[in-house]
Design a protein around this ligand. Structure first.
Ligand SMILES: Nc1ncnc2c1ncn2[C@@H]1O[C@H](COP(=O)(O)OP(=O)(O)OP(=O)(O)O)[C@@H](O)[C@H]1O
Length: 376
């Protein structure tokens, strides 16, 4: 099911008649069957957006469509969405089986839909209870918890509890699955494992899934597309690698990538790019003189061994070796730092003067407003 937000704005009433805009004129389309990450720093409006799609929050302005159907005014229980929260929200006194079956047995709207699905089964089943049993077993199998159906949540690991929550959302056969920071309560190892599980489950079911996270690594590694927000405003949407390689602005360039992108102050003068105070190269197109920030990712900076014209000089200030690679910190002539990655057996030493270059098309030039004015 495709999800489309059209000019969606959400304002919350604050104290003393003030209003806070959490999401502003958001226009995004989430393609059917995709896993899409809603990404941005704390407070950028990710959860508010998710809750508006879920129908938990009303929209202040704009419209939300599921396929061609305008669901803006539709209550949450009629939208056919499954939601997974960061804190799992399982019932501690119920077994895994009962937790998964809970929405099937206790939500009025759901039961009505389920009875209808039961009546339309082909081949038909004689017994409604057996049908519920089958749905719960299928959901448990999907999240690989078949062996744990009799346990209580406290007898499961955090990752397993989160899988119960996912099964409970999926058992309703939702047309859209909404995940709000589903991994943030898990330790680092379980986080990686569970995020891969989410990807597998999403691919297996083909349910359109929106995944909220503030962790760019998480989003880049499993999502088909990312939507990046800042202060409730859309910054960029696209496949992770494309957004990483072609950030729309300085905010996106800084937000994506770890370690963070190198950003160095410079300027454009007479169509030449200055890195700090040093002339670097002639620009391929004409731009007005102005101060700029220059962004280059660490993996795109290389030592120049061929006397390239577009190289620049720097001094190695420190080398941190971690396993197979080292992070090399350098200083430009005017003292600005940069970082690059090398193989650990590289011969660079602290104090060395080095010539470096950036791979073509990997230099981003941002103006004083943080807009990208050129990538070359
Ligand atoms: N119920 C509310 N009443 C008033 N303001 C709210 C409410 N919910 C959210 N906000 C405000 O709206 C903005 C966006 O909040 P939201 O929770 O959507 O951000 P987020 O990106 O999900 O952040 P986090 O990663 O910290 O969860 C924040 O400034 C927040 O304080």
């Amino acid at each position: 099911m495709q999800v489309r937000l059209e000019q969606v704005t959400k304002t919350f009433a604050g104290s003393k008649n003030t209003q806070a805009t959490a999401v502003k004129e958001l226009d995004v389309t989430i393609a059917s069957g995709k896993l899409v990450g809603l990404l941005g720093p704390s407070g950028c409006g990710k959860s508010t957006t998710l809750f508006m799609i879920a129908g938990i929050h009303d929209v202040s302005e704009g419209h939300i469509y599921f396929g061609d159907h305008d669901v803006t005014a539709l209550p949450s229980d009629k939208r056919g969405v499954g939601i997974v929260f960061q804190n799992y929200a399982l019932y501690p006194h119920l077994t895994v089986w009962d937790n998964i079956a809970f929405p099937l047995l206790n939500a009025k709207e759901m039961k009505k839909r389920l009875k209808q699905r039961f009546a339309e089964l082909s081949p038909p089943m004689a017994n409604f209870k057996a049908y519920i049993q089958r749905l719960v077993e299928e959901a448990a199998k999907l999240v690989e918890l078949t062996a744990y159906l009799d346990r209580k949540p406290a007898e499961l690991s955090g990752g397993q509890q989160q899988r119960v929550a996912i099964a409970r959302a999926i058992v309703k056969n939702p047309s859209i699955l909404l995940l709000d920071e589903p991994l943030s309560n898990l330790d680092a190892r379980l986080r990686v494992q569970t995020r891969d599980e989410i990807k597998r489950i999403q691919k297996q079911t083909g349910i359109t899934t929106v995944f909220v996270t503030h962790d760019q690594d998480e989003a880049l590694s499993i999502c088909d597309e990312v939507i990046i927000l800042k202060d409730g405003v859309l910054q960029q949407q696209g496949p992770p690698q494309e957004v990483y390689d072609h950030p729309a602005n300085q905010f996106v360039a800084e937000f994506l990538g770890s370690p963070q992108i190198n950003l160095v102050g410079g300027s454009i003068k007479a169509n030449k790019l200055y890195l700090g105070n040093e002339e670097w190269f002639a620009l391929p197109e004409s731009l007005s003189d102005q101060p700029v920030n220059i962004g280059v990712r660490y993996e795109n900076i290389r030592p120049d061994r061929e006397n390239r014209k577009q190289a620049f000089e720097a001094t190695v200030t420190s080398i941190a070796r971690t396993g197979g690679t080292s992070t090399v910190q350098v200083r430009l002539a005017d003292g600005q730092p940069m970082r690059l990655h090398r193989d650990s057996d590289d011969v660079l030493q602290e104090g060395d003067r080095v010539r470096l270059y950036a791979r073509p098309r990997t230099v981003y030039i941002f103006n004083a407003e943080g807009e990208k004015i050129l990538q070359c």
